[in-house]
Design a protein around this ligand. Structure first.
Ligand SMILES: [Zn+2]
Length: 46
């Protein structure tokens, strides 16, 4: 399982809701969390 860095939910790595940033892959519970991340990935990728 991975953690959605936006809301803290556990998500499966098999989801299509993911973004790559600086060589890491981030997974999201829904498209809203993904869009929040994509607007400001530096803020959430630490
Ligand atoms: Zn989420």
């Amino acid at each position: 399982m991975a953690t959605d860095v936006i809301c803290g939910m556990k998500v499966k790595e098999s989801t299509d809701l993911k973004s790559e940033f600086q060589g890491k892959t981030f997974y999201f519970c829904n498209s809203h969390c993904k869009s929040v991340f994509d607007k400001n990935p530096q803020k959430y990728s630490r």
